[in-house]
Design a protein around this ligand. Structure first.
Ligand code: UDX
Length: 437
């Protein structure tokens, strides 16, 4: 099938490459000519495991192309909208400027029977509004909402083998045709019995935001337990293991630490709250404000722990910050707790040296005041205190004995509870996790 993907960021670029891998003919459109040039040459403009190989294979096969020229969408049967919906400046609501601009610029090229398939995370009600816009233009094209659940770091896998598919379809005579189009796109996944939920626009939009709200709540729940553990001497990691054995609860997303960040969870819970308030149902999701507050408190807790470990004063003291990305296997620093901790320590006058295997270039652009090194040994060198804020494998694998030789102090704050506490203590470190004695 010929497919277009509008918006080639973390979501769209992966979607385009994965659809080409599945045998479709795909054109990706983006307004950023640098991004398009890289993608068209088969290079990933951001770090995502498996994506470079997929891009290269797609471009070389001739099935995958990228351009800034919207007219290239002509002839495609399904047009995916994969642009960003960031938080509005100074507000909690989502900024839909890019979604509307994408649909507006797509409309002149639509033909009868074409399907516009929204993937971006949007406030409930957006799909119905955009469907009217498409209908009013009179081309005979249709609109569906088809939310995406990919996780950065696993984006290729999640796109090729999703754990479920959700179609928010138009009602009436367009329903069957829209479903046929999406079934053709996802034929491979459907042939492997991937669960499919066929529903209306509002439900499809809500599936995405409520899934992210649930995940954020799960993380903040365990971080709230960490706060209680901290005043009682309990160990939140053991607590998570013990409650996680209950299949109704499950162990995943119960890792206490510096909290969640990224381009989705934080802004999605805020946008959901704002939308619910608009709908007169603010009280229904008022708890998400608490989820957000608990999450942000954990960043402060990590900063406070570093200050306390350095006898209440970090001024001019060397602090090594291990991690900048919001999670490992990503170079994404959007709303990153790690970068926030580094910036806060710097703001307190600490001599911060920050390291990350992938996210330094991005971090340097937004936080030029920080000192960076890609060399982990250099980061440890002379550090009075060390703080781990992204659980990259290489930090877990680093020798605590070697780290102690390099550092000037011996305090390590594990903001992700990811290190082997026993090994670090045995090597002579004062190890401090979060929510752990
Ligand atoms: C999330 C959703 O998981 C995905 O389904 C959706 O499509 C987009 O948003 P992503 O932003 O890639 O994906 O990251 P995710 O793996 O969910 O992690 C989000 C944040 O939570 C990270 O900062 C991570 O470090 C943190 N986290 C995760 C925890 O603090 N504890 C956990 O137990 C799990």
């Amino acid at each position: 099938m010929k497919i277009s993907v509008i918006g080639c960021g973390y979501l769209g670029a992966v979607h385009a490459a994965a659809m080409a891998e599945l045998g479709h003919e795909v054109v990706g459109i983006d307004v950023d000519s640098n991004k398009v040039a890289a993608l068209a040459a088969g290079r990933a403009p951001f770090f995502e495991p498996g994506l470079p190989e997929l891009l290269l294979a797609g471009v070389e096969s001739g099935r995958l192309s990228f351009t800034t020229d919207m007219s290239a969408v002509k002839g495609a049967k399904v047009h995916f909208i994969a642009v960003g919906t960031p938080q509005r400046k100074g507000e909690h609501a989502a900024d839909l400027t890019y979604v509307d601009a994408a649909v507006d610029s797509l409309i002149p090229y639509l033909s009868a029977g074409d399907l516009v398939a929204g993937k971006s995370t949007v406030p409930v009600g957006t799909a119905a509004r955009l469907a009217s816009k498409v209908a009013d233009a009179g081309s005979g094209a249709m609109l569906a909402w088809n939310p995406e659940f990919l996780r950065e770091g696993f984006a290729v896998l999640d796109t090729i083998s999703p754990d479920r598919l959700v179609y928010g379809l138009p009602s009436g005579e367009q329903h069957a045709l829209a479903k046929d189009h999406l079934d053709e796109v996802y034929a491979t996944a459907l042939s492997k019995d991937t669960p499919l939920v066929v529903t209306d626009y509002a439900t499809a939009e809500l599936v995405k935001v409520s899934a992210n709200a649930f995940l954020a709540t799960k993380i903040s729940f365990i971080n709230a337990m960490a706060e209680i553990a901290e005043v009682t001497g309990a160990d939140v990691t053991q607590l998570a293991d013990a409650i996680g054995y209950d299949a109704r609860i499950g162990r995943r997303f119960l890792n206490a630490g510096v909290g969640f960040g990224g381009g989705c969870l934080p802004k999605d819970i805020r946008a959901f709250t704002a939308r619910a308030e608009e709908l007169g149902r603010g009280e229904s999701v008022a708890f998400l404000k608490e989820v957000d507050a608990i999450n942000l408190r954990r960043r402060q807790k990590v900063v406070d722990s570093v200050v306390a470990a350095l006898d209440g004063d970090v001024f001019n003291k060397r602090v090594a910050v291990l991690g900048l990305a919001f999670k490992p296997d990503s170079d994404d620093i959007r709303d990153s707790p790690a970068l926030d901790v580094a910036a806060q320590l710097k703001g307190l006058g600490a001599d911060v040296i920050a390291t990350d295997p992938e996210a330094i270039d991005n971090a340097r652009r937004t936080h030029p005041q920080l000192a960076y090194t890609t060399d982990l040994e250099e980061a440890f060198t002379g550090a009075a205190a060390v703080v781990v804020v992204t659980e990259w494998k290489l930090y877990r694998a680093f020798s605590p004995a070697r780290a102690l030789q390099l550092a000037s102090g011996s305090v390590i704050i594990d903001g992700r509870n990811c290190l082997d506490a026993t090994a670090w203590r045995a090597a002579g470190w004062t190890y401090q996790g979060l929510g752990r004695p």
